[in-house]
Design a protein around this ligand. Sequence first.
Ligand code: OXD
Ligand code: MN
Length: 591
Amino acid sequence: MANLTNNKSILDWIGEKVELVTPDNIVWIDGSEEQLEALRAEACQTGEMIKLNEEKLPGCYLHRTKPNDVARVEDRTLICTPTEEEAGPTNHWKEPSECYKMLYDIARGTYKGRTMYVIPYSMGPIDSPFAKFGIELTDSIYVVLNMAIMTRVGKAVLDKIGDSDEWIRGFHAKCDVDPEKRWIVQFPQDNTIISVNSAYGGNVLLGKKCFALRIASYLGRNEGWMAEHMLILGIENPQGETKYVCAAFPSACGKTNLAMLIPPEGYRKKGYKVFTVGDDISWLNIGPDGRLYAINPENGFFGVAPGTNEKSNFNALESTKKNTIFTDVCHNLEDNTVWWEGLTKDRPVKADDWKGNPWPLDSKEKGAHPNSRFTAPTVNCPCLSPEFENPQGVPISAIVFGGRRAKLAPLVYQSRDWNHGVFVGSAMASETTAAAAGAVGVVRSDPMAMLPFCGYNMADYWGHWIEMGKKLGDKAPKIFNVNWFRKDSEGNFMWPGFGDNLRVLDWIIARCDGKVDAKETEIGYVPYAEDINIEGLEGEVSIDSLNEMLSVDKELWVEDTKRIQELYDKFNGRVPAELVECHETLKKNVQ
Ligand code: OXD
Ligand code: MN
């Protein structure tokens, strides 16, 4: 197949990789529907994908990964900066030249009998001044088809790159999907990503976590912008004014649900609307007016399926009704559709489980893997923001941090100022979920929800946040922390969550507008209970339980300051002085 570009840096790089992995064919992805359709047909023929019911789920497919390859692998994710110090104590590191050698030895010859697909893609609307471009080489049609949903792919991207060598090199090789030789590696100084022995989305859709977070966070520090693990949503009030909020939560804490929330009835009747700009990643730049603007670099949703239903996330479910790829969900054989735990009350009677085995009615196993996913085009989302394609992005009024904490963090509080907000983000922690391999339900520190995604030393990353605050000055967004997951003494969730989270966002916006007072506490500004609108929540939330959710238990906070200290101690004095000072203040306040 003819090359789709004359760009020497691209052709040279592909040439080197061809020599290494020796594919039988090379196919350039031009972005045309005909080409993608042919690949879908091929994947169905080889069994890589199963075509689902065309009437009920038009354009939808089911794919199964190997059972040993169902999640990101953080202990096999490396940041290969020239020195270990630059990667920092929260990343795994290997000396770059040694690492290249290791990876090339693993990949050598593994495309034999396979096709090399060359995917040119853009993160961000192609004409946005903030867009960045990449090329991913892969031997997986599944990767091509997912990238074609999650990003903007094709010839137009090559035309944009032109002769430049400013593009991110992404090289993926499935090899034998051997977990012992699986590596997901970022070389930030070389704009390079290499992923071997996996075929799970988060490890192989290189535009997403590898580029849009790890590499981009590093680029952002050098270029004066930020790449964050944040959703972006717009809230339109009855006067027709829209305010935008970015929110960072660790994986599988409900970012997609919050990004697509449906306002409670009372709010809907008054005329409130919520719009989704993004559900996972924000690229934040300072605009010409000095405010912070966000674009969503992605073009699709790679969402966790289990738990998604008409009630929990109507908009996400709608988004999956056409042109969607499902991975590791249960196959409903009654009508050739899909199913997962939480989709409906009853499971399908006749079904295959996520491994493709018959799923007997008396099975104790789950039908869908807990980290099973849908890859759905953003255009399918009924509440997609009309600003989604805006090349300048949307102006951000508030940044919200959060996590899963059964105790400790109140429903919501506001930081005293930007630097204190950065401290709050740096101190984030959450109970772990199934999105990453490893134990579930353990509290772990996850600063800014970036622990697995920061492409350089996390302390320097905090320093970059402080610097951004200086540039933004009084135009900086206000910073908040929320916790939807507080539990009472019996272990029940105290806050209904989902659409009702708008009640908390409403308070956040009112704070940004200077329209509501707050109580200054040891940890920051906490709402007066009566300022959180619980109209319509009768029977579910009382003022008393709201007061409990907003309370600050100093003893627990003393414990938490120890966790923060342990985290900071790992950085050998590299934590910015501004954050150390905030931590000292917190320790004093809760003593
Ligand atoms: C994701 C994650 O897939 O954070 O978005 O794990
Ligand atoms: Mn994520």
